[in-house]
Design a protein around this ligand. Structure first.
Ligand code: GLA
Length: 389
């Protein structure tokens, strides 16, 4: 939907007049570095060209009114009782952001907001981070008339999800959404948020996202369980290396020296994945800088195997999709992306093979699982921004 149509829709819902503005923030695909962010490790995501657009107008009171283009819902919330809306089926991400911004002293004004999302919901491409970061930028701008530091908006989005929505996620999704750069991926060190944008010089290779279309359940509880297992491993490791700050800072060599301290064999597997995955991220960035896309693909395949065998977050759908992809002509590498348990895979595919790839992988997956996947051929896009409307 173009901005003009969105603006007209906004007027028909909320009335004409006043100064109307537009803000956008994208979803993300993580190329490699999974379940490492909350362990203070490395990730390598890129913002995609699907995301959230908000058309917004300030009001003269403390009421936030929100609608979405794909939902028949009107949410009205009073900023004076902002913590009363945590259980809303739609609108809680946005109000969580308002709540977190207000905690930092930003005087969020009442406003009318129309949301338009193109990231598939619940598909593992961070539709929620796109909503959070676009909302943070929008509300910050309406409050102050200034462009914020987008890193701060990423943190606000993560806090909204942790404190208001109740999902204990790391920083990767919101950071990628806030800081994405066209044709680049972000090499982010999650222990201190230092980062580097790396050109995605993939030559004739395209990024193909495949959605398992699995209805996900219990993702939050399984996600939190993995986090707890990593914390258990860290606590044990600190008995032999007391100054260790995060699992993600251990080199594979240090891990080999200290890992005997981890009592629970499950926690040991989880920690093993985290340490090797961080190493793979570093090697992937190096491979990309050396234009060695085959090596990058190989590391992606290894990442998937580790998420399947050591971290155990894949499941039959993601495994079937990845296996079909890895066996296709012109596919350099394929892995699950995001939290897992369903959601999407990311594959690197030669441009000339993309059509055939989607056809063959689609058929094999449908035969194995019983329903079809969806595909998106994507480019790396820009992060949170103000649009001219
Ligand atoms: C989800 C979370 C992220 C990250 C990934 C796994 O997307 O929101 O913070 O932990 O899972 O890498």
């Amino acid at each position: 939907m173009d901005l003009k149509t969105l603006k007209n829709q906004f007027y028909s819902y909320f009335g004409e007049g006043g100064t109307v503005m537009a803000f956008a923030s994208p979803g993300r695909v993580n190329l490699i570095g999974e379940h490492t962010d909350y362990n203070g490790g490395f990730v390598f995501p890129a913002a995609i060209t699907l995301g959230t657009t908000i058309v917004a107008r300030k009001r003269n009171d403390t009421i936030i009114r929100m609608r979405a283009t794909d939902l028949d819902v009107l949410v009205e919330a009073d900023l004076n009782t902002i913590d009363a809306y945590k259980d809303l089926p739609w609108g809680n991400y946005q109000l969580g952001v308002a709540s977190e911004l207000m905690k930092t002293g930003i005087l969020v004004p009442g406003c009318d907001l129309l949301y338009h999302d193109t990231t598939p919901h619940g598909g593992g491409l961070s539709s929620s981070a796109a909503i959070e970061v676009a909302s943070a930028l929008c509300m910050y701008y309406l409050a102050t008339g200034r462009m914020p530091d987008m890193r701060d908006m990423a943190v606000i989005g993560q806090r909204a999800e942790n404190n208001y929505v109740g999902v204990n996620c790391g920083i990767m999704d919101q950071f990628a959404s806030a800081m994405g750069k066209k044709d680049h991926a972000i090499f982010l060190d999650c222990k201190d948020l230092s980062f580097e944008t790396v050109p995605l010089s993939l030559g004739s290779i395209r990024i193909v996202i495949s959605n398992t279309n699995k209805k996900r359940s219990l993702v939050t509880s399984k996600y939190n369980e993995r986090r707890a297992e990593c914390e258990e491993a860290l606590t044990d490791l600190r008995k032999v290396t007391p100054t260790l700050s995060h699992l993600g800072v251990l080199t594979p060599r240090d891990f080999a020296a200290f890992s005997g301290a981890i009592k629970n064999p499950v926690a040991l597997k989880r920690a093993h994945h985290v340490v090797e995955e961080c190493e793979r991220v570093k090697q992937s960035v190096l491979a990309l800088k050396n234009s060695d896309v085959s090596r990058f693909g190989q590391l992606m395949n290894e990442s998937h195997a580790s998420l399947r065998d050591l971290y155990e977050v894949t499941g039959p759908e993601l495994d079937a999709l990845t296996e079909a992809a890895q066996n296709e002509n012109g596919c350099l590498g394929s892995r699950m992306t995001g939290a897992g348990f369903g959601g999407c895979t990311v594959s690197l595919v030669e441009n000339e093979n993309v059509e055939e790839f989607m056809k063959n992988v689609g058929e094999k997956y449908t035969k194995a699982i019983g329903y079809a996947p969806s595909f998106y051929v994507t480019d790396a896009g820009d992060g949170g921004r103000i649009l001219t409307i």
